[in-house]
Design a protein around this ligand. Structure first.
Ligand code: UD1
Length: 422
């Protein structure tokens, strides 16, 4: 198991390219199940979760070439799928495995998917996915911890579905199922996240009929079949936001190449309030630190609100800001695992239910830290870049699940980070 040794206090300077979005790439890989031919994805980030999805699709009998053709490309041919099953050992490491359920039911009429367990950031059930698919005629039994699912003999049927709460992977699952269903499906209170739009656009390229992408009402007219296609994955807005928080914390100036301007607007608007200067340069962005961070409040919300996936990184910034900020997490009930570790660096954070009150301190100081989940580990890395002295971060496999070489990229900008076997 690797750990990171970070020597804080170095400003970041230079240029770095934003990778493809993990949360778009995962549903896009699952969408290949629907196609009658090979699907080629480019700008695919090479990170742990995608390797897990690749293993899952291979386990099912698909042909998955990840990085074989070109470094960030994959070709997926799932036309000869023989085992529509997602076993527990793969699902337990990655909840997004549930994304195969909709496509399997639509294309193969059956599926067996291990029930995702609890996870560090909250209970995260998939009840809304199941309820929506049930409305399309699917039936589910629970057997030995697996969801055993069947579509009606003549296939899934279009339905009118209203999500109680907008769910990102739920909307993607449903959109994929509806693409091959009979008739029209209307999804109300749909998730509007840019990754949902990216998934929809890839389905359009495969021949699906979808309207309303990016709004909370999506309409899908089922088609007989979908074809293989080539698709370029959108850039990762959360990775981009993580670099912006990093330069705010360390000082300096960096250029982010292939910056997802529109998708990240809810974050960039907030970061400007904290004193960061952001200048678009065509598809790139120049980010310049003012040397100090001003406190600002955030409340996480579904898109176009402030994303929960940036909450931990923002808290690292606020820990070193001038003034007091209030951070409220409304999406997940237990997403403050990073607080105890940030306190070890000297952060002054009081927790009350879903709200954290962060009093910025003049300086953080290095400490041994343990990562608890993906974004929490990013937040610890950022805070230790700003801290005086050395920090050691354990359990960085969380980081590797969701970022393509974050420590390597930060090092290329001047950060002092070493990766060693713990
Ligand atoms: C996705 C993202 C994750 C991000 C999250 C919220 C992927 C692979 N992951 O996760 O990085 O943090 O969106 O932006 O894209 N809920 C239910 N029942 C369900 C489904 C969801 O109660 O069946 C609840 C969840 O507990 C949560 C809220 O709905 O409170 C939103 O979760 P959801 O959008 O589904 O998150 P994911 O799709 O799992």
């Amino acid at each position: 198991m690797d750990k990171l040794i970070v020597e804080g206090g170095r400003p970041l300077r230079g240029q770095v390219r934003i990778s493809g979005a993990k949360n778009a790439a995962l549903p896009l890989m699952a969408a290949a199940i629907l196609a009658d031919g090979p699907v080629r994805l480019s700008n695919l980030p090479v990170l742990g979760d995608l390797l897990t999805m690749g293993r899952l699709l291979t386990f099912m009998g698909g042909r998955v070439e990840l990085g074989g053709i070109a470094p960030n490309e994959a070709e997926l041919d799932l036309t000869g799928l023989s085992r529509p099953e997602a076993p527990h050992e793969l699902v337990k490491t990655m909840r997004a495995s549930a994304l195969v359920l909709g496509p399997l039911l639509a294309r193969w009429g059956r599926a067996k998917v291990a029930l995702p367990g609890g996870c560090a950031i909250g209970v995260r059930p998939i009840d809304l996915h199941l309820k929506a698919l049930r409305a399309m005629g699917a039936e589910f039994d629970l057997s030995g911890g697996d969801i055993v699912a069947r579509a009606p003999q003549d296939g899934l049927k279009g339905a009118e579905i209203r999500f109680e709460t907008p769910t990102v992977t739920g909307t993607e699952n449903l959109m994929m199922a509806a693409a091959l269903a009979k008739g029209r499906t209307i999804v109300a209170n749909a998730a509007r996240e840019p990754e949902v739009v990216d998934t929809g656009q890839a389905l359009l390229a495969m021949g699906a009929k979808i309207e309303g992408l990016g709004s909370d009402a999506i309409s899908i007219e089922g088609v007989e079949s979908l074809a293989g296609a080539s698709y370029v994955v959108m850039p990762d807005r959360i990775e981009a936001g993580t670099f912006l928080a990093a330069v705010a914390l360390t000082g300096g100036e960096i250029t982010l190449v292939d910056f997802p301007h529109e998708a990240l607007a809810p974050v960039t608007d907030k970061l400007k309030e904290t004193g960061l200067t952001l200048t678009p340069k065509g598809p790139n962005l120049l980010a310049q630190s003012a040397g100090a961070i001003m406190a600002a409040d955030v409340t996480t919300r579904p898109h176009p609100g402030f994303p929960t996936d940036m909450q931990a990184q923002f808290m690292a910034m606020m820990a070193a800001a001038k003034g007091t900020s209030v951070i409220t997490e409304t999406i997940f009930e237990n997403r403050f695992m990073h607080v105890a570790e940030l306190r070890r660096l000297g952060a002054d954070i009081a927790l009350e239910g879903r709200t954290a009150v962060v009093r910025g301190v003049a300086s953080l100081s290095g400490a041994p830290l343990t990562a608890s989940d993906l974004r929490a580990s990013a937040s610890l890395l950022l805070a230790s870049l700003a801290a005086r002295g050395e920090s050691q971060i354990y359990r960085v496999y969380h980081l590797d699940r969701g970022y393509e070489g974050l420590d390597r990229k930060l090092s290329s900008l001047g950060a002092a980070i070493r990766r060693v076997k713990a």
